[in-house]
Design a protein around this ligand. Sequence first.
Ligand code: FMN
Length: 171
Amino acid sequence: MSLLELVKKRKSVRHFLDMKVEKEKIDYIMECARHAPSAVNFQPCYYYIIESDESKALLQKCYGRRWFSSTNIPVYILACVDTNASWKRSYDQKDHGDIDVAIAVEHICLAAAEMNLGSCWVCDFDPVLCKELFSLPDNLEPAVIIPLGYPTSEEKSRTPRKLLSEISEVI
Ligand SMILES: Cc1cc2nc3c(=O)[nH]c(=O)nc-3n(C[C@H](O)[C@H](O)[C@H](O)COP(=O)(O)O)c2cc1C
């Protein structure tokens, strides 16, 4: 599969089959996250792989959509940024941790698609509640939650994209 084919294969999946995800697939996906680039190679990302019913129940409190609490979701990845470790640009102190974690999360989602798994970026969750429920230290910012599992056939097709001519120009 070419990279473009894989990029097009990935789409947000919010309906999952009641099937476990094999450990080797999770390991492969996390290996793809581990190899993501980061600013100055500071590698500020930290991941919780959430598989226990107890941890899932806590996570589901942070994002109240019904699909997110489906008992069919076998695993969630909570991707965090260690703000003590992330690179800050000297000119304006811009923290690049969110950029680093975004790259790694898309690696996760593409690797999942390669393994015929569905995933979805979730950022619209309550970060304060998440920090509290998982007793995260002050420097660990929960950034993205990624539910992972085998998609059902009812999953809708890809959403459309703007044309290249609308989003770029040669200057
Ligand atoms: C940074 C980011 C945050 C997102 N947050 C959420 C979210 O909180 N809940 C959700 O259901 N989808 C979320 N999404 C999924 C987008 O809605 C989805 O990627 C977009 O509509 C394009 O559809 P596609 O992923 O199927 O290509 C998010 C996506 C990104 C990139």
